[in-house]
Design a protein around this ligand. Structure first.
Ligand code: 5AD
Ligand code: SF4
Ligand code: FES
Length: 357
């Protein structure tokens, strides 16, 4: 193995930004993925943690230029699940042995929404207890809201920074969306006692390998516990994705970039949880397994009712639109067994990095 890969594997957080950029551009992708897989096996093991993903609603107050459910996309049929629907899916995930849950939706603010989520969290906690991990992915909120949801039973929060480069962020969002506010939210979440997750998209227009290397440095500086990142995939009904030519070759390149990001992040951070994002599977039927083999250790199987899945499309080619939760469970179990890994059933699967804190 080359000295740079050895250096990365030997000690966490040992690399400079330029060395991370060198990893991202590593000439032999297989060698890079194998080195990251070794570090993953040693630091977090080869058992995959599942988080059942409930897409609670696609109403969003924001207008990110890349996202299919942005407020400005009038083609989207909007929905919001009621508490009964969310609880039914949460219970399904619990009984299916998923050990944890992610509640995700477009960004909504205000007292009614805060109180609604608070109530749902308390009711999930009533049957799941401490043993059932609950992650929120509900966007930017006030610290008071984050605190209420934490007190109601949420353990973890995912809030992607999207890119650590504020200028690039500004080009991907309308003027009233703020990178610094996003960062403040991440810090507020830490202050409220959450396990904090963040992440970025790889392959954004104008993004360089140096930007991506800086993203990994950002994860280290903010000391995040979990990382969810995926390839950027153009959505035709968005300002950023409209009219962008998309070929099998473009998809393959984007997939490889996403995998390289996972591998370089594992090689630098060692003991954090890293998700193999569903967007990887949108590019390749085996995308998520490839993510696991490049260093990821978490998968978020969709447990949303099939009736809603097509309305929650952030990017083109979202998989499993017609496969129900039971089908996906069996499918994933087989796919994971096929690469020689197992599933961490019935445990929260906390980030080892967080446990060591
Ligand atoms: N391609 C890939 N990921 C996307 N997201 C939103 N739109 C896209 C897209 N077109 C991601 C963002 C957001 C997460 C919920 O989905 O990173 O944080
Ligand atoms: Fe809303 Fe999130 Fe999509 Fe932005 S990325 S438009 S905040 S759902
Ligand atoms: Fe849904 Fe394979 S994960 S069908």
């Amino acid at each position: 193995m080359s000295t740079l890969l050895e250096k990365a594997a030997a000690r966490p957080r040992a690399l400079a930004q330029s060395e991370l950029a060198a990893l991202l551009a590593w000439p032999d992708a297989k060698e890079l993925f194998a080195a990251a897989y070794e570090v993953k096996s040693r630091e977090v093991g080869r058992a995959v943690s599942f988080r059942g993903l409930i897409e609670c609603g696609n109403v969003c107050e924001k207008n990110c230029l890349y996202c299919g459910i942005r407020k400005g996309n009038s083609k989207v049929h909007r929905y919001r699940m009621d508490a009964g629907e969310i609880l039914r899916e949460a219970e399904w995930a619990f009984k299916a042995g998923y050990g944890s849950l992610v509640l995700q939706s477009g960004e909504m603010t205000g007292e009614a929404h805060t109180a609604f989520i608070e109530d749902v969290l308390k009711r999930i906690h009533a049957f799941g207890g401490e043993a059932f991990g609950v992650t929120l992915s509900l966007g930017e909120q006030t610290e008071a809201t984050y605190r209420r949801w934490r007190d109601a039973g949420a353990h973890r929060y995912l809030l992607r920074i999207e890119t650590s480069n504020p200028e690039l962020y500004a080009r991907l969002h309308p003027a009233d969306h703020s990178w610094s506010r996003r960062l403040e939210c991440l810090r507020a979440l830490r202050g409220c006692g959450y396990q904090v997750g963040s992440g970025v998209m790889a392959g954004l227009p104008g993004q360089t390998l140096d930007d991506l290397a800086a993203d990994i440095m950002f994860f280290a500086e903010e000391d995040v516990d979990m990382i969810g990142m995926g390839p950027y995939i153009p959505h035709a009904d968005t300002p950023l994705g409209h009219g962008v030519p998309w070929t099998p070759q473009a998809a393959a390149e984007r997939l490889e970039l996403g995998l390289r990001m996972i591998a370089a992040t594992r090689l630098h951070l060692h003991d954090v949880n890293i998700a193999a994002a569903t967007a990887l599977q949108a590019l390749d039927p085996e995308g998520r397994e490839k993510g696991l083999l490049a260093g990821a250790n978490v998968i978020m199987p969709n447990v949303t009712d099939v009736a809603y899945r097509a309305d929650y499309q952030l990017y083109a080619g979202k998989p499993c639109l017609n496969e129900n939760s039971t089908l996906c469970r069996g499918c994933l179990e087989r796919r994971i067994a096929a690469i020689g890994e197992t599933v961490n059933w019935n445990v929260r699967g906390d980030s080892p990095h967080w446990r060591k804190r």
